[in-house]
Design a protein around this ligand. Structure first.
Ligand code: COA
Length: 400
């Protein structure tokens, strides 16, 4: 039984359009790079968790054929946009349970050209009509009350709801959040889109679901990410350089929707995220003020705003003031989505949970190059998928 968990190696592939690589190729590329980053091989790995949503299952075993079949237990993981974070947590739990001292978590998706995703995660049909398709066709599907039945519609509504409740939001305010992330992305060579975008360009682009235009939506793209997780006891047996680069997992939390009397088909992304962040701060023994950077799930500009609040980066109802203060810019007091966020980095669904953690680790290791947050010691990575599942990890720089 080990309580002390570390990330030894972690990486992400370039996100974007990869027509020549399939799901297994991308997963293998990420996995091999994470092993190399940690200075270990598949022979050291005691458990594999492979996250994939769209591919149809069995990814872990297919991946083993590319990277090494050693007979270890494989967990194939699918948990909406929290799939990557869930794969990581699966490995963390196996190590905490004492079943092994090192494991590999991988998340991968081929999503380029997927088109509008239904609120259940899969691509919508082309028919331009509202189709109740819930259980036995008898129950309305997610977001049925509004009837958009797609991700952009659902998350647009979530931001608008925040504005109705607390005031201060506008089309321009949401676009400015996107302007920040696209500006950050210019320093991230692994992001799908690294172009700086002006407010005029963002607001003038194609409207997808008001108030989110196309660049205010997470980009459907291909990509993989992987992490090698290790127990503290095992880490102590490795080289000083491996110990110095290892990043401590101070909190690993996964939540789902608690039942509430409200509408069961209109998603509530807030309650489970607030629950997850509260548990994570308790587990890690740190508070929001201790964070040097945050990578949060900005699947749409509207979502980023509500998660400032849900992650308690500001007081309740204070997300607009938090943003307009300049805090979440890279040179602000609480940098958020320095990677460019899902809006620029892209959102190959199952890779995102690990990719967000990779970004935080990169800064804690002092390896983030031009976009480095100087002196970063503590960071938080967050993902949420409708259904719902929310993963929050708090990471700390090694003292070695
Ligand atoms: C917005 C959306 C509909 C656009 O999809 P699309 O029309 O197929 O867009 P494409 O990928 O063909 O992009 C067309 C062009 O628009 C621009 N573009 C698209 N998304 C962009 C973004 N996020 N930022 C900047 N430019 C973008 C690019 O110039 C792109 O061309 P290029 O890749 O050749 O340079 C799609 O990305 C989407 O549905 N996103 C949300 C995904 C989602 O719901 N995920 C789950 C959330 S929890």
């Amino acid at each position: 039984m080990s309580d002390d968990i570390w990330i030894l190696g972690i990486t992400m592939t370039k996100f974007g359009k990869h027509p020549d690589l399939d799901t297994v190729d991308l997963a293998a590329q990420a996995a091999m790079a994470a092993l190399a980053d940690g200075g270990v091989t598949m022979a050291d790995i005691g458990v594999l968790a492979a996250g994939n949503l769209i591919g149809g299952g069995g990814l872990g075993q297919q991946l083993q054929k590319q990277i090494g079949q050693t007979g270890i237990p494989v967990y194939n993981v699918s948990n909406a946009c929290a799939t990557g974070a869930t794969a990581l947590r699966t490995v963390i739990m196996a190590i905490k349970a004492g079943e092994c001292d090192m494991g590999l978590a991988v998340g991968v998706e081929k999503l380029s050209g997927a088109g509008l995703l239904g609120a259940g995660g899969t691509a919508k049909s082309d028919k331009n009509v509202y189709e109740p398709s819930g259980r036995y066709g008898a129950v309305t599907n997610t977001d049925g009350r509004i009837g958009t039945n797609n991700m952009p519609g659902t998350f647009a509504q979530i931001g608008m709801e925040y504005g109705h409740k607390y005031g201060g939001t506008s089309f321009e305010l949401f676009a400015k959040i996107s302007e920040k992330n696209h500006s950050h992305s210019t320093l991230n060579p692994l992001a799908a889109y690294t172009k700086k975008m002006s407010l005029e360009q963002i607001m003038g682009d194609m409207m997808i679901a008001y108030p989110n235009t196309r660049p205010m939506c997470s980009a459907n793209c291909d990509g993989g990410a992987a992490a090698v997780v290790i127990s503290g006891a095992k880490l102590k047996t490795l080289s000083l350089e491996q110990q110095r680069r290892a990043v401590k997992v101070s909190a690993s939390v996964l939540t789902s929707d608690p039942w509430s009397e409200s509408c069961q088909v209109l998603p509530d992304v807030n309650t489970l995220t607030r629950m997850a962040s509260t548990q994570a701060y308790e587990q890690a023994g740190v508070g929001p003020a201790d964070l040097d950077l945050v990578e949060l799930h900005d699947c749409f500009a509207t979502a980023e705003l509500v998660h400032y609040d849900n992650l308690q980066l500001c007081e309740q109802g204070g997300a607009v003031d938090f943003f307009t203060s300049g805090a979440p810019w890279r040179d602000g007091t609480m940098p958020v989505n320095v990677s460019g966020g899902l809006q620029s980095k892209g959102h190959p669904i199952s890779a995102t949970g690990i990719a967000n953690i990779w970004e935080v680790c990169h800064h804690l290791r002092g390896e983030a190059g031009d976009r480095q947050i100087q002196g970063a010691r503590v960071g938080l990575a967050h993902v949420i998928g409708l259904g719902s599942a929310c993963g929050v990890h708090i990471l700390e720089k090694s003292a070695a």
